[in-house]
Design a binder for this molecule. Structure first.
Ligand SMILES: Cc1ncc(COP(=O)(O)O)c(C=O)c1O
Length: 414
């Protein structure tokens, strides 16, 4: 069974993967610009990750959540060491959605309030609880019932399509009504936000985050930073909060945290929040020892091989290379490290959204050329380009050459 109702094209069945390249069952090679759904940040099947997981396989695999393993504790300590100072406790679960649901419970129990504000365009998972704070109607409909009224959307920064004017004159007008929204919802426990929104790669300017952070703090509203996709080097910093100097009260992570071995996610918070937590979350497979050992090896690999610096550098390289195409369908190029992609338009001056059919054909053309990508964005017109952080300039050149061909061919109707 495939989980999507909208067409996503023929699946690629992967038989082997190494570094930034995956090989399907027919022997066709693809440059993987999805990093296995933004998981394999150090590249597929990195030998250090395989070695750590293999060592752990001979020691212990899984214990009760009431106890623990050395592997999970080592990973927890490393995450706390590397993360924002405000956070000193880590709790493991099995997926990003679950880590966000735990974050919501923590915030509600601590503040004794019920409501959570989420950003327009925000994505926090598709399980029923995380869907409550995921913005897109396309996803919310999948609940099959009206979602609760405890949570509400607040404005996000979509600067390319800003209705108030160019970036140079920005006064963060999109947040003018934020305090009034909070005032009208005194039961607000927290704001949950991706620091850089992954759907479309929307990175707010510093002043947007400054204002959001000031406004929510003034009302004692907690910040839950969802780093499921942005964390572990993806944006060119270990965590995206570092770009803005944010100190969230709760932070979540997942995806690459397992090093690609099984599934692992985490919710981190301060002692103060955890002290009064009265329970309600015991994921059976949370903190699996093999996933934890592999995740720790991935983090050390990112640091040892300077892959986070490479992500920052390759993000800039990708941006320059994409703009250099001077293609009339490229409306915006947005990379924060290696998170983001390209927004396609049929008319640059008017920023007219390129039709879904053309976008799908471009994706298929790229697949045929051995480029594995996904489509994203609020309007479904962004090419999401998030390879492993080890990607090289030569591989980006290969992709950009393929993109040039795809854009020319689809525009010509061939
Ligand atoms: C920002 C963000 N939060 C939460 C999730 C949900 O994670 P999972 O699919 O592991 O439940 C995702 C997954 O794409 C995500 O990108």
């Amino acid at each position: 069974m495939r989980p999507w109702t909208h067409p996503v094209g023929e699946p690629v069945i992967v038989a082997k993967a190494k570094g930034c390249v995956v090989t399907d069952i027919h022997g066709k090679e693809f440059l993987d610009l999805t990093a296995g759904y933004f998981v394999n940040n150090a590249g597929h099947c990195h030998p250090k990750i395989i070695a750590a997981a293999t060592r752990q396989l001979g020691e212990v695999l899984q214990v009760s959540g009431k106890h623990g393993t050395v592997a999970a504790i080592k990973l927890a300590k490393r995450l706390i060491q590397l993360g924002p100072k405000s956070l000193n406790k880590a709790f493991f679960s099995t997926g990003g959605s679950e880590s966000n649901e735990f974050a919501l419970k923590l915030a509600r129990q601590y503040t004794k309030k019920t409501d959570v504000a989420y950003l327009e365009n925000g994505y926090h998972g598709l399980s029923l609880g995380s869907l409550e704070v995921t913005a897109s109607e396309k996803y919310r409909e999948s609940a099959g019932k009206p979602l609760g009224k405890d949570n509400y959307a607040v404005p996000a920064a979509y600067c390319y399509r800003c209705k108030w004017g160019p970036a140079a004159t920005c006064k963060v007008e999109c947040l003018d009504g934020l305090d009034a929204q909070f005032e009208a919802r005194p039961q607000t426990a927290a704001v949950i936000a991706e620091v850089v929104q992954a759907v479309g790669g929307l990175a707010p300017p510093q002043k947007w985050w400054d204002r959001m952070d000031r406004t929510r703090k003034a009302r004692g509203i907690l910040l839950i930073a969802d780093e499921v996709q942005t964390g572990l080097g993806r944006t060119g910093k270990m965590f995206a909060v570092e770009h803005y100097g944010l100190e969230p009260e709760i932070m979540t992570g997942g995806k690459g945290l397992s090093g690609g071995v099984g599934s692992l996610a985490v919710t981190t918070a301060s002692d103060a929040l955890v002290k009064n937590f009265f329970g309600g979350t015991t994921p059976t497979s949370g903190g699996n020892a093999v996933s934890s050992a592999a995740g720790l090896a991935m983090i050390e690999t990112l640091l040892e091989e300077k892959l986070i610096e490479n992500a920052a550098k390759m993000g800039r390289y990708f941006t320059e290379a994409a703009w250099a195409l001077q293609d009339p369908w490229i409306g915006d190029v947005r990379f924060t490290g290696l998170l983001g992609g390209i927004e396609l338009v049929s008319d640059r001056a008017n920023k007219t959204i390129l039709g879904k059919a053309e976008v799908a054909r471009i994706k298929d053309h790229l697949h045929a050329q051995g480029m594995l990508i996904t489509i994203s964005g609020y309007h479904g017109n962004c090419l999401r380009l998030q390879p492993p952080l080890s990607v090289s300039a030569a591989q980006i050149d290969q992709f950009v050459a393929a993109l040039r061909k795809a854009l020319v061919a689809i525009r010509a109707g061939t």
